[in-house]
Design a binder for this molecule. Structure first.
Ligand code: AMP
Length: 501
């Protein structure tokens, strides 16, 4: 099927042509005709399937008629992270070259003033993260009553980040008659409830299930000892990849943001031009890192899952899992950064003996045995390290099967690492907000995208859902009773004064 057969306008077809796309992807083929007809859509699709164009292209066609009014955007796209929001803005620039549309971006970490100017001028398309959008709306600077099309993208990611109450509030602020285009890679019960409440008779479109990996990706496992030996293994793999002709650039994943910083330092020390991306970096630093990687200024970038999820960096040749992800679904997302839109890619995972159980879960999820480049890691290898896991409160062992996270995933550097590499790199000092995010049990709070809201700190419902505990409720002070409460109390005799009328 061609793009022309989908019913897109001439202006949009020209832009698609200029983008070099010859045929629509399955999600585009199925979603675009319904989106043009004004139907609500439930798209179950991952990033990398072309879903951004699946909602952007029909929106552009529908926006060709009518004009935006001050403070009343015509369409609204909600994204879980600032990077994804910025990426969708880029798509509008690319596909909307022949349209004179005002596109406004409302994301945290950027100046309120500039964003307000754009809104006041009148936005045809408003792309926002939920927190900043609600701030604008609560301050009366934005009216959502003119919204004709609402797009909720990466809904399961929103759920992971605790944004669902915000999404519900926003859905109640936009007109009942709007069209809703809703995208999620997975459909946990909370998302199904949201769909049932806010979508009207949606067309359900499902493309590649979230447990599948593209056949264009060559996946391999590389056994390694933990600690400094693991970093050496990574350097060796990078060297070998660079020697092979197909190397262009690589994303290197770590499980914890502190390990992102540690590995970044280590690679820099070894002379690599490398960027970093994790949730504790401020917005400008994140954008700068991403831009340097996208433009080819640096060929390597070390990332955490939260920072990298959903990022569209076309043409990544290699993905290295420096840490095996402890959640099998993260593996699918990570390696999906390469081999996009039919291109080939290579995904290599460095596996220690302790990681073997995670590999088993990954292989079960993707229903594929991943080939080893060398011998499987044995228990007799170098001293074992604590599993490199960003504590999340609970872990997923297959869809819908939640378990409590291992308490061993503590914040302190493992003794094995500390002992094995005193002269290599020390963990960098944690930034202030990270110190704040320590939980009472001393563990590091799960990573989430940097807070996008600068005002209204009193709102607390947007906690990452992973922090919601299944433990029995704590009665009184739980196990801990302060000493002063245990001291015997000496009461002074009370003088009773008779009340007089
Ligand atoms: P997305 O799933 O929206 O993140 O898109 C993934 C990548 O596919 C992006 O780099 C798009 O530019 C690219 N893409 C989207 N649609 C097409 C298409 N029809 N043909 C080729 N590439 C596409």
């Amino acid at each position: 099927m061609s793009f022309r057969e989908l019913g897109l306008s001439e202006k949009v077809l020209q832009a698609v042509d200029a983008s070099g796309y010859t045929n629509p992807t399955p999600i585009q083929e199925q979603a675009i005709p319904y989106a043009l007809a004004g139907r609500d859509i439930l798209g179950i699709a991952q990033t990398g399937t072309g879903k951004t164009a699946a909602f952007t292209l029909p929106m552009l066609c529908r926006l060709e008629m009518g004009r935006a009014r001050a403070r009343m955007p015509r369409t609204l796209i909600l994204e879980p992270t600032r990077e994804l929001a910025a990426q969708v803005e880029e798509s509008f620039t690319r596909y909307g070259v022949n349209h004179k549309l005002n596109v406004a971006l409302l994301i945290g970490g950027m100046s309120f003033g500039d964003q307000e100017t754009k809104i006041t001028r009148g936005a045809d398309v408003l792309i926002a993260t939920p927190g900043r959008l609600l701030d604008f709306s609560e301050r009366g600077k934005l009216l959502l009553t003119g919204i004709e099309i609402l797009v909720i993208d990466e809904a399961d990611r929103m759920l992971d980040m605790g944004f669902i109450p915000d999404i519900e509030r926003i859905c109640k602020l936009v007109p009942f008659t709007r069209q809703t285009l809703f995208f999620s890679a997975t459909m946990p019960p909370e998302i199904t409830r949201l769909v049932d409440t806010f979508l009207h008779n949606p067309v359900r479109i499902e493309v590649a299930p979230p447990s599948s990996t593209a056949s264009t990706i060559t996946q391999k496992l590389v056994a390694s000892a933990p600690g400094a030996a693991k970093r050496e293994t990574l350097r060796r793999l990078i060297g070998e990849a660079k020697d092979a002709e197909n190397f262009k650039n690589a994303i290197i994943f770590c499980n914890r943001k502190r390990d992102v910083a540690l590995l970044h330092n280590s690679l820099q020390k070894h002379g690599y031009a490398v960027g970093a991306l994790h949730g504790d970096m401020d917005q400008r630093a994140r954008m700068a890192s991403l831009d340097a990687f996208k433009s080819g200024e640096v060929a390597l970038i070390v990332c955490s899952d939260v920072a990298a999820r959903g990022l569209d960096i076309p043409d990544v040749s290699h993905v290295f899992n420096f840490d095996v992800p402890t959640h099998a679904e993260d593996y699918v997302h990570r390696i999906g950064r390469t081999g996009r839109a039919g291109r080939s890619g290579i995904a290599l995972s460095i596996v220690t003996h302790a990681d073997q159980k995670y590999i088993d879960e990954i292989e079960k999820l993707i229903a594929t045995k991943i080939e080893w480049m060398n011998e499987k890691p044995s228990a007799s290898e170098a001293p074992e390290e604590a599993p490199a896991e960003e504590p999340r409160g609970r872990t997923r062992g297959g869809r819908g099967n939640w378990r409590r996270a291992s308490p061993s995933s503590g914040e302190r550097p493992s003794p094995a690492i500390a002992a094995a590499e005193p002269d290599d790199v020390l963990p960098p000092r944690l930034p202030r907000q990270n110190v704040k995010s320590r939980r009472r049990d001393g563990r590091e709070a799960p990573e989430r995208a940097a807070p996008e809201r600068v005002a209204a700190p009193e709102r607390t419902e947007r906690r990452p859902r992973a922090q919601v505990s299944n433990d029995p409720p704590v009665v009184g002070m739980g196990d801990h009773v302060p000493m002063f409460l245990l001291r015997p109390v000496k009461l002074k005799p009370v003088k009773v004064v008779e009340e007089q009328d």
